[in-house]
Write a protein that binds this ligand. Structure first.
Ligand SMILES: [Zn+2]
Length: 231
């Protein structure tokens, strides 16, 4: 029995280092596994990070692209608005003039193309008057520089001095406004339009001036009536 015990202790003592080596091996394997796992985890994290970065970049690029597109859109809109504002002969938004109410005149255009309407007009009247005045505005050079002023005064002088120019412009304006040439004719010769300080514009005067070549008055371009308006 004692000898068995001795053998047992001996075996234990002999295998202890081997056991120890075995544990050590296990430990190394374990550490290595842990390392591999850590590496894999690290790689996974790295991949995830890269995916996030990529997503962010794509997002940023999309946001940037959107921002650029929005900016371009705003710029284009601004340019379009500016070009509308810069159009030399476009009618500006009409203002109203309360003095027109009950005067028999529904609107007027200043020599530099500003339009004023009777605030009491109903919708249909306002549309027709706006169309009528828009022709006067089209024929009125806008701006306040020297050349524009000369052209404005020349145009106004022609309108107020020549029955031919006055009636022709009125017919054009009313034809555009009503779509009816007959309406345009009776409007231009309704007896309300006068030239040279009181001469009523009539068809015969219009024809006579046309025949006499008086239609070239606009070419004189001299300052006469700076404050006149066209109705
Ligand atoms: Zn008119």
């Amino acid at each position: 029995m004692a000898s068995e015990m001795v053998l047992g202790v001996f075996c234990l003592a002999a295998t202890a280092p081997l056991e120890g080596l075995g544990y050590a091996d296990d430990l190394v394997r374990g550490l290595s596994w842990l390392g591999r796992t850590t590496d894999a985890a690290r790689q996974g994290i790295g991949l995830a990070k890269r995916a996030c970065e990529l997503g962010k970049q794509i997002g940023k690029r999309s946001v940037k692209a959107l921002r650029v597109a929005a900016k371009r859109g705003v710029r284009a809109a601004k340019r379009a608005l500016k070009s509308v504002g810069d159009t030399p002969r476009a009618m500006r938004l009409p203002a109203t003039d309360g003095r027109l109410t009950g005067s028999g005149t529904s609107g007027y255009t200043t020599p530099d193309g500003r339009v004023f309407l009777d605030p009491a007009l109903n919708g249909a009247q306002r549309v027709e008057t706006m169309r009528h005045e828009s022709v006067h505005a089209f024929l009125s050079p806008q701006g306040d520089d020297a050349l524009a002023t000369v052209r404005q005064n020349a145009g106004q002088w022609g309108y107020e001095s020549s029955a031919f120019l006055n009636a022709t412009e009125e017919m054009a304006a009313q034809w555009y406004a009503s779509g009816s040439l007959r309406n345009a004719w009776s409007h231009a010769f309704n007896g309300a339009y006068t030239v040279r300080g009181g001469t009523v514009v009539t068809p015969s005067l219009w024809a006579a001036e046309f025949a006499a070549g008086a239609s070239v008055v606009g070419g004189l371009g001299y300052v006469f009536y700076q404050l006149g308006v066209r109705e």
